[in-house]
Design a protein. Structure first.
Lengths: 412, 252
């Protein structure tokens, strides 16, 4: 069964009533848009043709893996929602859209546009449910919440996430994309931050044959802080797209990523930050290590609207190419309609620093080990952006494990 | 003992070392002085085995081992240490990790077992004290954000930890003020010993007031032009390198 056949079969399936309108609109939009081709500007470097022809079968259940961070709550966003969640503060909702507070339900589908984004439309049309995290004003969710997003061979899944943090609320979500199978995941996340709210959004994507399209839409209210970091360790085709809007004064949005890929992996990071308020800050730092025939893409756009004075926007893309056949495409863009702003971007693509390599070897460190040390340092520097020590340590360990695997393959 | 015999080397097709012969007996400190462009740095890189420096003739032996046949890291394992004129910054590799990885690699070459983290830290604490290398510097990426003096102190610390048979100090005094020069020189002097040779490469005589050499050699136009005792450095300070065909400048 192809993706479209699977779509036709599932579009009428049962779903909570709260999703009826979203699904109808999503289906109408997807019928009009279809899957994007490279002629669509935002999909110039990532071709979805291989996704269309994947062989799909109906899904199965997904087991609940061990926590990445000790004590974290865990939820599997798979065919069946598995959960291990401890007691949460009063008023916090972590569960189906069906019994979510009205304040959250009203926001579903308002942040991520299905009108122009085909993968959002496809997700909307087929979402079985939407997981909602609603945190009322002034409440801090005490533990990180791990969301496990599995990929299984032959299974297409359309997880949907809605996060609503009211004024001065805070939460940490760790999104774990697991499963090495040749499955397809089309995740859409909508995130609304009220005034002074603080969200940390860490994401890990394991290696393997999965195709994962993740689209998140963020709206940051006044004085709010949204920081995201994505660590991608492989995947046949991965796209992490984030569209964020700085909607209130003094808000900060940070969208960072690092990826370590080889073989035929394709990893696309596409971001768009729109500054629509005063004194906003946005940071995007993407670092990639590419081996084999892998390909990396970074398309980052910062748009400063008229009147969004004192905006401070910064984008940086750094890629380390370890093989002649690896490739990276970088397209940074600034579009500025205000006159008192500070915006800049930079991009570097290169090989390992020969001076550093000589220095390490001159101290007795064998060439191969010296190279591994430099690559690990390059990735570790990106992971330093994660401002949570426990999570940072977990991510560093995962990256080190991934690099050690490369070393073993090299030695074999 | 370091024995360099009729060494010839080219850089980018241009011959820089033109038959250099030099012997540094075990336990002695020799200085190499010379004008800019004489081939001083080329000599240090050729000895360390850096890519881009092509040896076209001659031989180099360290305690009888032919260095020229070895990879960069094998030379280090054989006991050679080059303190760089411009130490490289390596963001993301903490100095501690760097030192421990290097030490264990060299111990492996000597047939010794790895030091674990605790043994290593004990050793490190003992070595850092005299050099004024702080815990904070050790945590930072190698040389990242270090001042010129801190970078050179870090080089001497590496030497102290790795305990080479032969240490080559390439323009270690460059970029140092007088206080930093003192600390670095004291660090180097503390490492002098009957089993270690040193080759101190410098343009200026002032370093040799602090690290007093057993012998001084003048390198110009790719060869050792003259050798003498420590007093030769003072003579060079007074008369410059002009008589050796170098630039007309005083080695003040």
């Amino acid at each position: 069964m192809t993706l479209h056949q699977d779509y036709e079969q599932r579009r009428g399936s049962a779903a909570p009533a709260a999703l009826t309108a979203l699904r109808a609109r999503g289906a109408a939009d997807f019928d009009r848009l279809g899957l994007p081709t490279p002629r669509v500007e935002r999909w110039k470097y990532t071709n979805l043709a291989p996704v269309e022809t994947m062989a799909l079968v109906p899904g199965a259940t997904d087991p609940l893996p061990a926590a990445l961070v000790a004590g974290a709550d865990r939820i599997v966003l798979g065919a069946k929602i598995e959960r291990s969640v401890g007691a949460l503060p009063d008023g916090v909702h972590l569960g189906s859209i069906a019994d979510a507070p009205d304040a959250a339900r009203a926001l579903l589908g308002t942040l991520a546009s299905s009108e122009s984004e085909a993968l959002v439309a496809l997700n909307a049309a087929l979402a079985d449910d939407a997981l909602v995290l609603f945190v009322p004003a002034g409440v801090a969710v005490p533990r990180p919440i791990e969301l496990i997003v599995p990929a299984q061979t032959g299974v297409a899944s359309y997880p949907r996430l809605l996060v609503v943090l009211e004024a001065n609320a805070s939460a940490t979500i760790i999104e774990r994309h697991e499963g090495a199978g040749a499955g397809f995941v089309d995740l859409t996340a909508e995130i609304a931050l009220g005034a002074g709210a603080k969200m940390r959004h860490w994401r890990v994507q394991v290696a393997g044959d999965a195709r994962r399209i993740v689209t998140s839409a963020v709206r940051a209210g006044a004085d709010s802080s949204y920081r995201a970091f994505t660590l991608t360790l492989g995947g046949r085709l991965v796209r992490n797209q984030c569209d964020a809007r700085v909607d209130g004064d003094n808000a900060e949005v940070e969208l960072d990523a690092a990826y370590v890929i080889g073989g035929d992996s394709h990893v696309d990071t596409t971001t768009r930050v729109v500054h629509g308020a005063l004194n906003g800050t946005s940071r995007q730092t993407v670092k990639g290590v590419l081996d084999g025939h892998s390909r990396g893409v970074f398309q980052g756009k910062v748009l400063v609207e008229e009147g969004a004075q004192k905006t401070d926007g910064y984008q940086l893309s750094r890629a380390l190419l370890l093989s002649r056949d690896a490739e990276v495409d970088v397209k940074p863009e600034l579009e500025i309609y205000a006159d008192d702003v500070k915006c800049s971007h930079g991009a570097t693509t290169g090989r390992l620093d020969e001076d550093a390599l000589f220095y390490l070897r001159a101290r007795g460190i064998p060439a191969q080990e010296a190279r591994a040390l430099l690559v690990e340092a390059f990735v570790a520097e990106a992971i330093e952006r994660v401002d949570d020590e426990t999570v940072r340590a977990a991510l560093l360990a995962l990256a080190a494990g991934r690099l050690a695997r490369d070393q073993q393959e090299l030695a074999a | 003992m370091l024995e360099i015999e009729n060494l010839r080397a080219t850089v980018g097709g241009k011959e820089i070392l033109k038959g250099l012969t030099l012997t540094v007996p075990t336990g002695e400190v020799h200085a190499i002085m010379g004008p800019n462009g004489a081939g001083k740095s080329t000599l240090s890189y050729v000895l360390a085995g850096r890519a881009g420096y092509e040896v076209t003739g001659g031989s180099v032996k360290l305690d009888g081992v032919d260095l020229l046949g070895l990879e960069v890291e094998q030379r280090a394992a054989a006991g050679l240490f080059l303190a760089l004129q411009y130490p490289v910054e390596i963001p993301g590799v903490p100095t501690t990790t760097f030192l421990r990885t290097a030490l264990n690699a060299i111990r492996k070459g000597r047939g010794e077992s790895d030091l674990d983290a605790i043994q290593f830290l004990r050793l490190l604490r003992q070595k850092t004290k005299a050099l004024g290398v702080t815990e904070e510097m050790l945590k930072r990426g190698v040389n990242v954000g270090f001042s010129g003096g801190e970078k050179k102190r870090n080089e001497v610390l590496q030497m102290a930890v790795l305990e080479p048979k032969l240490a080559i100090l390439d323009e270690t005094d460059s970029g140092l003020d007088i206080d930093a020069l003192k600390i670095v020189s004291e660090g180097v002097n503390a490492l002098r010993g009957p089993n270690r040779s040193m080759l101190v490469i410098t343009h200026y005589q002032r370093l040799l007031d602090h690290i007093v050499p057993d012998r001084v050699h003048v390198l110009a136009q790719g060869r050792i032009q003259r050798s003498g005792g420590a007093e030769l450095a003072h003579e060079l300070e007074a008369h410059g390198y002009a008589e050796f065909g170098g630039e007309r400048e005083a080695a003040a």
